[in-house]
Design a protein around this ligand. Structure first.
Ligand code: ZN
Length: 245
């Protein structure tokens, strides 16, 4: 309880102020939640982008491996051709059979390389398809994210406009309130989720719901002074038309 002139009138001003401050508090909370929301949207997009980048790197590695195998196949095929020409210039059966074996060995190697090339070509196609699909999905999500960000931007502009109105209305009321009382009201407002003045409800504080001593309830009804809740420090009042037991 603190001493203040015209407590009854001051309480009425505080009640009007509280209506505005409640809305200001809710709007600030809503606005404060947006940066986190935007960060979540952006980090989800970033993760998708990184997935596509990784797939691109996989594709490049596969394409390099494919090229290496193609070069190796070509070299071996040329070697086979060269040996086949030399085959007819050989003098002995032994030389002939050694070179024939060498040619057969190279041909066997080549068919393995050919299998590898086919396998790699399939893999390249599969990764290309996957990248194309992921890019498609990414594009859609990017559009959706942009829409969502536009909606948030629109809401922020609405909130700012409403906040300006509320602040202007607030400035009409505050000069009527005792400076010290206003300061303590604002302190409680800040610490108690935007609610600094509450009605007594069934003998309890309408803010923290803790039971109040009957004397405090009577004082809140009398409004000769400013009565506060011993638990949450909120300013208490009982409307004149409310009966107390
Ligand atoms: Zn309380």
């Amino acid at each position: 309880m603190s001493q203040v002139k015209n407590a009854r009138e001051q309480i009425e001003f505080l009640k009007s102020l509280q209506v505005l401050d409640k809305e200001i508090h809710l709007l600030s909370q809503e606005k404060n939640g947006f940066p986190e929301k935007i960060r979540a949207i952006e980090s989800s997009l970033e993760a998708k982008k990184k997935g596509i980048k990784d797939a691109d790197a996989d594709l490049k590695a596969l394409q390099i491996k494919l090229k290496e195998n193609e070069v190796s196949l070509q070299q071996k095929e040329e070697q086979v051709k060269k040996l086949q020409v030399q085959l007819y210039q050989l003098k002995t059966n032994k030389e002939y059979s050694t070179m024939t074996q060498e040619i057969e060995g190279l041909k066997a190697d080549n068919s393995l390389v050919e299998e590898e090339i086919i396998k790699l070509m399939d893999e390249v196609e599969a990764v290309k398809k996957k990248i194309a699909e992921e890019k498609e999905i990414f594009k859609k999500e990017e559009d959706a994210a942009q829409k969502e960000k536009d909606v948030i931007g629109g809401r922020i502009r609405e909130i700012d406009a409403r906040m300006a109105q509320l602040t202007a209305e607030r400035e009409k009321i505050t000069p009527n309130i005792d400076k010290q009382l206003l300061a303590s009201y604002e302190k409680v407002l800040k610490n108690r989720d935007g609610v600094a003045i509450v009605q007594v409800e069934d003998g309890a504080c309408g803010g923290c719901h803790i039971g109040l001593p009957p004397q405090v309830v009577s004082e809140a009804k009398l409004k000769e002074n400013i009565t506060t809740c011993g638990s949450c420090s909120r300013i208490l009042y009982v409307d004149d038309d409310v009966e107390i037991n």
